[in-house]
Ligand binder design. Structure first.
Ligand code: FRU
Length: 513
């Protein structure tokens, strides 16, 4: 039976999506059907399609009582909207259906596991969230289009928490299935010390759950509450991804506020304990949070994140028809205890109109004919700065370091007020620091506009994916990834290379369909 809140949301999105023109959305990044989107939810493969659900408030481009929007895709790039899947409409989620995940039950049923935010008593309409509301874990089962909430929800509640665990910050279950059919799920929580912990629960049927262990503990090191955890095996290691609240900046590694954390280590499965070995930020861009991964049929671990951050919500103005977008799917690997990210191979199939330049020398400013656009895939390979054989004249050979600085400006052009606009990636070879910066992209709101990171290795290559309102930058074969959104007028589509000193590079540019 479809509830009144779900019916209303479905009707609303169907009516109001018509007001959004295709060209006012990105071309291959998922945006909400209407209104607001945050975290990816229920990213899974079911019924021969990839499913993506998302934290959704259809009625406004601001966060509100959380629903689950829904879309399906064959390539994780081109999405078809399905009707809103969940609305706050039962006693265990009357304040909101917060983040969660999904898994194929193997018998034609698709299981959603999500956080219900609940306030005893009131069941009418939509309720505004209050920090005193309880958080519990709920399930819904569906056929890939319609989902029915389990009548015995919640399936995990405060009575199953280890001692000291908060019943107010207990959310974002990520579920997976073991080979023997056992369901596992990791849920974020706050222990008595006020920081974060990740709890492991198991189930034989996906409905009846048991507490197993504290899988990982923050111990007040990385922010407070750990949101949206994910946990998986990759390239012989175990990887824990989470998005901590209230981070404190640390060198170039972590920034303040809502951040991301990748921990790599081992897993003692019998005890349900993750053994940490290394950690770093998942992403070094401005707009990234709460990623979720899946294992594709051909065995790839692919991640999609919310290409936005709680710190940068003012990037778009008031009364926008949509707010929030997802990243492209990124294939993950582990090398030397670091997470590597690279655009999933599905993106290669979208490439058209190849333009190639070999051995281009840049000293001062340079643009290359045909290398422009707001929907593009651009690969740049740099010859090592200071490598003498690559220098083009005797003058520069006298320099110890041939390249003192490199800037790549994109989305470049004039704003409506006739002001020069661009977003940049800026590299400082001396310090090996890469910065992504949209200060001059036409934003007038006061918000975080740039972030820098220290590269693990000197710059060798960059792949940049542009899609109207964003840039995703992959450095040195994916050792660092940096995402940024920008809402510069689409006529600003120039790309300029600026070298302080001299650099030689190859450039391959494609349009993306
Ligand atoms: C993360 C988050 C989750 C929560 C959801 C609510 O961005 O705060 O912890 O479930 O958003 O929309």
């Amino acid at each position: 039976m479809i509830s009144e809140n779900l019916r209303k949301a479905a009707e609303y999105e169907k009516t109001y999506e018509k007001l959004i023109k295709k060209e006012d959305r990105p071309s291959f990044h998922l945006t909400p059907r209407v209104g607001w989107m945050n975290d990816p939810n229920g990213f899974s493969f079911f019924g021969e399609k990839y499913h993506m659900f998302y934290q959704y408030y259809p009625y406004n481009s601001k966060w509100g009582p959380m629903h689950w929007g829904h879309a399906v895709s064959e390539d994780m790039l081109h999405w078809e909207y399905l009707p809103v899947a969940l609305a706050p409409d039962s006693s265990s989620d009357n304040v909101g259906c917060f983040s969660g995940s999904a898994v194929d039950m193997g018998d034609g049923r698709h299981l959603l596991v999500y956080t219900g935010v609940m306030r005893p008593g009131n069941m009418e309409g939509l309720l505004a969230y209050e920090p005193s509301d309880l958080q519990v874990q709920c399930v819904a089962i569906g056929d890939g289009i319609e989902y029915a909430k389990y009548e015995k929800n919640p399936v995990i509640d405060a009575s199953m928490l280890p001692e000291g665990g908060s019943k107010l910050d207990f959310r974002d279950p990520k579920v997976w299935k073991l080979k023997d059919g056992t369901y596992c799920c990791v849920v974020g929580n706050r222990p008595a010390d006020g920081s974060g912990q990740l709890l492991l629960f198991t189930s034989q049927d996906g409905l009846e759950w048991k507490y197993k262990s504290v899988l990982a503990e923050n111990k007040c090191r990385f922010g407070t509450m750990w949101e949206c955890p994910d946990f998986f095996e990759l390239d012989g290691k175990w990887v824990m991804l989470t998005s901590p609240c209230d981070m404190v900046a640390a060198d170039y590694e972590f920034v303040d506020g809502s951040g991301t954390l990748c921990m790599i280590g081992e897993y003692d499965e019998s005890k349900g304990k993750f053994i940490e070995e290394a950690y770093h930020s998942i992403e070094y861009g401005v707009d990234f949070y709460a990623p979720q991964t899946i294992l594709t049929k051909d065995g790839r671990r692919v991640m999609i994140g919310w290409m936005q951050n709680w710190k940068t919500l003012d990037i778009k103005g008031e009364n926008e028809p949509w707010f929030g977008q997802m990243t492209i799917p990124r294939e993950l690997h582990i090398k030397d205890n670091r997470l590597l990210q690279w655009p999933a191979k599905e993106l290669d199939a979208c490439r058209t109109e190849r333009i190639e330049y070999k051995n281009v020398t840049v000293s001062g400013e340079k643009s290359l004919e045909g290398v422009a656009g707001r929907i593009a895939d651009i690969e740049m390979t740099f010859k090592p700065a200071g490598s003498r054989e690559n220098l083009c004249d005797c003058e520069t050979q006298k320099n110890d370091v041939a390249l003192k600085g490199l800037e790549i400006r994109f989305a470049q052009g004039l704003s409506e007020q006739n002001v020069e606009c661009y977003t940049s990636i800026i590299y400082n070879p001396k310090d090996r620091v890469m910065t992504i910066d949209r200060t001059h992209s036409g934003v007038s709101a006061e918000l975080v506009n740039s972030r820098s990171c220290k590269l693990i290795h000197p710059l060798k290559n960059i792949r940049m994916i542009l899609d109207r309102f964003s840039a995703e930058v992959f450095v040195n074969d994916g050792e660092e990834a940096m995402s940024i959104t920008m809402y510069t007028d689409q006529s600003a589509d120039g790309i300029t290379f600026i070298a302080d000193g001299i650099v030689e590079m190859d450039v391959v540019k494609y349009c993306l369909g």
